[in-house]
Design a protein around this ligand. Structure first.
Ligand code: MN
Length: 231
């Protein structure tokens, strides 16, 4: 006997695909920590090449580029983190670095919104980062460009303008862990599958947003990501 759910399960958030009349349904959101040395340094950390580390966000934290959101609750120090996002399009478990790009559907611009004050409290108390990282509207996604149309990940510029001033400005060549290294490593711990997103970390220049802030982020070859914080 099939039991009926007591309420309609919310549909998976979907991300636009550049040039397609289709969308990418989101399954899970993984995020890499400290993947740019200059950002790690500005946060008072050193990067290590021992292994990447991760945190996650709920798929329901994903909102589209162009959104207009209220300032997030419970924080006095909400920060923008501009990121290069990998969209996984096929199963990957214990995949090799050599095969890792085969499971990439495409790439996108994303913003990892962070309640920095709550993250700092969590770090100091050796507690999980969830309150600082996983909250409503905390994963902003630009449209996904299929990997074949983007080409090889190299020294593409990655930047973010806050209220018209450039505050984050780097290249993808500065990533400590490459796309194949991240996918291969993460796939040792999860059965990655179509619908998974991986935010690959932020360059230096993170900073606070406030009511009225307008964020515009870009990566060469990708559709931009924008976000407005309501006044
Ligand atoms: Mn981040």
């Amino acid at each position: 006997m099939r039991l009926d759910p007591i309420f309609d399960f919310p549909p998976a958030p979907c991300v636009a695909i550049e040039g397609r009349e289709q969308v990418f349904p989101v399954r899970r959101v993984f995020c890499v920590g400290r993947n740019y040395a200059a950002h790690a340094a500005e946060m008072g950390n050193e990067v290590d090449r021992e292994a990447p580390f991760y945190f996650t966000k709920s798929a329901h934290a994903v909102i589209p580029s162009g959104s207009d959101i209220v300032y997030p609750p419970g924080t006095q120090d909400c920060h923008h983190e501009m990121e290069f996002v990998i969209a996984i399009g096929a199963d990957a478990f214990e995949i090799s670095e050599n095969r890792a790009l085969d499971v990439v559907y495409g790439y996108a611009c994303g913003i990892d919104l962070t309640r920095r004050d709550l993250q700092a409290v969590a770090k100091a108390g050796r507690r999980p980062w969830d309150l600082g990282k996983d909250f409503e509207n905390a994963a902003i996604m630009g449209a996904i460009t299929p990997a074949a149309e983007f080409g090889a990940v190299g020294a593409q510029a990655i930047w973010l303008d806050r209220d018209g001033a450039r505050v984050q400005d780097a290249t993808l060549a500065e990533m400590v862990w490459s796309v194949p290294e991240i996918i291969a490593h993460l796939s040792r711990f999860y059965h990655l599958a179509a619908g998974d997103l991986i935010y690959t970390g932020t360059p230096a220049g993170v900073g606070p947003v406030s009511p009225g802030s307008v964020l515009t982020g870009g990566i060469d070859g990708l559709s931009p990501v924008t976000l407005t914080i309501k006044t």
